[in-house]
Design a protein around this ligand. Structure first.
Ligand code: GLN
Length: 492
């Protein structure tokens, strides 16, 4: 079969169960595609071919026994931020270029336990800091829709791999938009769960109070399948919540779109940098939801102007603390011939970290330093609370809130925006993390350059089922999520 990569997760699951093809055949099919097509996309940092085939054979044996999990034998790619025992985990950094974790992240362990086959580890902005994946030590990844464009970031490798059909699904992480924005730039569906829904254990920390892992795939249905595997309480992550997990697949038609109240924040559609095509496509998608029975309700989110400064204070503050562990002593990069211990710290860190990571460590350390702590960090925490309250107030009157995922479509590789220009591109995604809410991106069409545009739906806490269900039903009425980039149509 030459078109296995065109099947949805449900179709793959059924095909494997009915022995129409084996996991080995499916895995070999993807490995062949990666070998032929990924040199143009550069989504993988590490391809684990041998291990993948061994996992596929093991999955085939379980499939024969008739007792297999729904996803047994289906390949996936992990963002290179999830620790994988025995396989390099780099977080896109020179600092961890040779780091091999002695344990699996909980997300990885759960995927393995379900019988998913790991194809490899995919590229990302260094320590998940960025919006283009260009901040990777391993170089830029291309957007499958236009190879001279970025796939977004920081989970750009995950998005590019799925959009080029080099993996049927992938894991990503989202601290300030890193699942939703690359999903938007690459025409995919991506879900950022409620903070605490997916374990952070073994997920290399950027900003711990904001980081959350989630699925990236072609459709809400595909995302639901992966959520069923990775969601849940984990005693190894003290911020993971002990709350019953929904059956996201069973709930795909569980939310009525008829009568659904969708909040449209006034402030969001008047943002200066909002591209006209993005605005138009998002409005068309909302009109479609209206046709399906939803009601659009204008709402106020008065704290919109505070999103970027608040996030870019809190996230670097937490990063400066989290990244202090990379000291050249215990593991990770160490400079050559250190003169003394201070020289070892200084040179290991200045040689091991890239420019954006250093910028954020400096900002964060400054904001946390004595004398500035109250003026910056404490103040930002107070504003964070106001942002959360703004959402909770809105949810008294609406079921979900609609927004673009990003003000623009994918940037050109090497566009070299200034840090502040880059940060302003995160306007629509940051507040969701500051408030700990779930949100989803769904593809809703293309701009005049044929680049994908994404709609973001933000839900109240624990509304993952609802978000997936709304997008699933939208996807039953539209075909944007079935569109494929030319490179994905290539056969290996
Ligand atoms: N683009 C944002 C940043 O640079 C978000 C990154 C993320 O979610 N990891 O911090």
């Amino acid at each position: 079969m030459t078109d296995l990569h065109r099947l949805s997760i449900r179709e793959l699951s059924e095909g494997l169960k009915q022995a129409q093809f084996s996991s080995r055949e499916l895995t070999e099919h993807y490995l062949k595609r990666i070998a032929h097509i990924d040199p143009k996309v550069k989504s993988y940092v590490t391809v684990t071919a041998e291990q993948a085939l061994a996992e596929a054979d093991a999955a085939d044996a379980v499939l024969k026994s008739g007792n297999a999990h729904a996803l047994a034998g289906i390949p996936l790619a992990h963002k290179d931020i999830f620790c994988t025992q025995g396989i390099k985990t780099t977080a896109g950094s020179k600092m961890l270029d040779n780091f091999i974790s002695p344990y699996d992240a909980t997300v990885v362990a759960k995927a393995k336990a379900a019988g998913l086959v790991t194809l490899g580890k995919v590229n990302m902005d260094e320590f998940a800091m960025g919006s283009t994946s260009e901040n990777s030590y391993f170089g830029a990844t291309s957007n499958p829709w236009a190879l001279d464009r970025v796939p977004g970031g920081s989970s750009g490798g995950s998005a590019a791999a799925v959009a080029a059909d080099l993996a049927p699904i992938a894991t990503g992480t989202d601290t300030g938009g890193s699942i939703r924005q690359p999903a938007s730039f690459c025409g995919l569906t991506g879900l950022k769960p409620t903070y605490g829904r997916v374990s952070r254990f073994g997920m290399i920390a950027y900003a711990s109070s904001l980081d959350q892992g989630g699925p990236m795939a072609r459709s809400a249905e595909d995302c639901a399948y992966l959520m069923n595997v990775i969601a849940g309480h984990d005693a190894k992550d003290s911020t993971s919540i002990n709350k019953e997990v929904d059956d996201y697949v069973a709930n795909l038609n569980g939310t009525a779109v008829k009568g659904l109240r969708i909040g449209i924040p006034k402030q969001y559609f008047n943002v200066a940098g909002l591209d006209a095509d993005v605005k138009a496509r998002v409005e068309e998608s909302l009109k479609k939801l209206e046709e399906m029975g939803a009601t659009l309700v204008e709402i106020d989110l008065n704290m919109t102007e505070a999103y970027v400064p608040t996030y870019y204070l809190i996230a670097p503050a937490e990063a400066s603390s989290n990244l202090s562990r990379y000291d050249g002593v215990r593991y990770g990069y160490r400079c050559d011939n250190p003169k003394d211990i201070l020289d070892l710290y200084k040179r290991s860190r200045s040689e091991g970290f890239g420019a954006e990571v250093q910028r954020r460590i400096l900002i964060g350390t400054y904001a946390l330093s004595a004398g500035y702590y109250d003026a910056y960090y404490v103040k930002a925490q107070k504003v964070r609370r106001l942002i959360q309250q703004d959402f909770l107030k809105a949810f008294e009157n609406v079921d979900v809130i609609a927004a673009p995922s990003a003000p623009t479509t994918a940037y050109k590789i090497g566009a070299n925006l200034s840090p502040t220009e880059m940060y302003l591109g995160d306007i629509y995604t940051l507040a969701v993390n500051l408030a700990g809410l779930p949100a989803i991106n769904a593809p809703v069409g293309f701009d005049q350059d044929s680049l994908p545009v994404g709609l973001q739906l933000i839900g109240n806490y624990w509304s993952e089922s609802q978000l997936l269900s709304i997008v699933h039903q939208y996807q039953q009425h539209t075909d944007w999520h079935t569109k494929r980039a030319a490179i994905a149509e290539e056969n290996a």
